[in-house]
Design a protein around this ligand. Structure first.
Ligand code: GUN
Ligand code: ZN
Length: 438
């Protein structure tokens, strides 16, 4: 996507973004009730008071009037599977049978580039309808799936991270690569797509049970050769899976330590789930600056377990939220916040709405080492933002009309909101989704 110079654009609404973690600072966010967001050449030029910025606007700049709405940075979903779009909401008695029954047969179809392209088009539009402007995406084992996904993302000039799944054992033969082939294909895809426009590549061993030790070792070497790529995988999601890993890797202290042994824990590694990590694992997560995608709708749907925010926060780990579609049951990061809140309650802790909005924006950007690029309105950040409508449904309108604080407003949006609350989505300053008021 070429970066054609765009004229300045201006958007009037309430503005919310973060510069720190609300769990660590009482001065973590910026809320401007009557704000103006200025965008130039796809980047944020300024975010401030309407009264002070509007008077200095160059002549001829029209102001898009979103008064009554809240503009925030676009949501960042740090874990989901694009080939699982068509099998969302398929019930199964736990992770491993669910993978066998639904996931593997569904992913088989992605050997066909035409199929991959058509699902990718729908998937990317669904992300945008839900206000998600960046996602960390698992493709299937097939190179075609990666091409299909990145083509759709690149055509819309989105900042996306994705990668080919590596798996060379414990899966049907039609989904199996070999350790050499899998890593060779990944390297070719890195050269083709990593930093091509706004696209970024993630080395993607599915999870330890479906990779031989040779494949994990080669993935670790690849990650060392391309240190600015991402790594994504699953860890400690489900007790049966954890037991299986103990049997397959009896010489390792923990499931997580298998990944560390093969050089797969570093900055820009995103571990999905982390439900059953112990204290030592959490210390390694923090020390290596590896990040966690907390996936509450999936963990509840598959009965995997309850994420422990208190222990993760106590260790100082990097946290973000993931939908984990199609194990997860919604593309909406608002609905993901809703479930995260309830998971925290069941573990005896409390997630304020401000923290949840942080996790879905700046927290995720920090987890991905992309602070300053996405996730906030810092000057020079890429202009990926969403317009949220607090009156999107009759119930939201009724509830938010008497919100007594910002926290109350955001809490109602997180608990009651979904794709209907996303009035518009912008990526690099371009309108990429608009929901006409009904
Ligand atoms: N673990 C390995 N593969 C998967 C997957 O596709 N979904 C989930 N939720 N967990 C996994
Ligand atoms: Zn997953």
């Amino acid at each position: 996507m070429s970066t054609v110079t765009q004229p300045m654009q201006a958007y009037r609404a309430s503005l919310l973004h973060f510069h720190a973690d609300p769990a660590l600072s009482s001065d973590a966010h910026s809320w401007i009730e009557d704000g103006l967001l200025l965008v130039e050449d796809g980047k944020v030029k300024a975010a401030g008071d309407y009264a002070s910025l509007a008077s200095a606007l160059p002549p001829g700049v029209a102001v898009a009037d979103y008064r009554g709405h809240v503009i925030t940075p676009g949501f960042i979903d740090t874990h989901l599977h694009f080939p699982q779009t068509d099998m969302i909401a398929s019930p199964g008695p736990g992770l491993l049978p669910w993978l066998e029954t639904y996931t593997f047969p569904t992913e088989r179809r992605f050997e066909d580039l035409a199929h991959a392209r058509s699902v990718a088009e729908f998937f990317v539009d669904e992300l945008l309808r839900n206000g998600t402007t960046t996602a960390m995406v698992y493709c299937s084992v097939h190179r075609e799936s990666v091409d299909g996904f990145f083509e759709a993302s690149h055509a819309r000039n989105l900042r996306m991270v994705a990668g080919k799944v590596l798996m060379d054992r414990h899966c049907p033969p039609f989904l199996r690569d070999t350790c050499v082939e899998g890593v060779r294909d990944s390297e070719e895809l890195i050269n083709k797509w990593h930093k091509h426009g706004r696209q970024l590549y993630a080395i993607t061993p599915r999870f330890a049970p479906t990779s031989t030790e040779e494949q994990l070792a080669l993935a670790g070497e690849l990650a060392r050769s391309y240190p600015d790529t991402f790594i994504q995988t699953h860890v400690s999601e489900n007790v049966d899976e954890c037991r299986w890993v103990r049997e397959l890797f009896p010489n390792h202290r923990s499931y997580l330590s298998v990944y560390e042994h093969y050089g797969l824990m570093r900055q820009r590694t995103m571990f999905g789930h982390c439900v059953w990590l112990d204290g030592e694992d959490w210390a390694r997560m923090a020390d290596t600056q590896s990040a966690t995608a907390v996936c509450p709708t999936s963990n509840l749907f598959l009965g995997s377990g309850l994420f422990d925010f208190e222990t993760a926060d106590g260790a100082g780990a990097l946290l973000s939220l993931g939908t984990d579609v199609g194990g997860g049951t919604s593309f909406s990061m608002l609905q993901t916040m809703n479930e995260a809140y309830k998971v925290a309650r069941l573990k005896g802790s409390y997630l304020p709405a401000l923290r949840m909005f942080y996790l879905a924006t700046l927290g995720a950007a920090r987890s991905m080492q992309l602070e300053g690029t996405i996730g906030s309105f810092a000057p020079g950040a890429e202009a990926d933002f969403i317009v949220i409508d607090p009156k999107a449904t009759p119930l939201l309108a009724r509830r938010t009309s008497h919100a007594n604080s910002l926290e109350e407003l955001l809490f109602a949006l997180a608990l009651l909101g979904d794709d209907r609350a996303i009035r518009a989505t912008y990526a690099a300053g371009n309108l990429v989704h608009s929901r006409l008021p009904s």
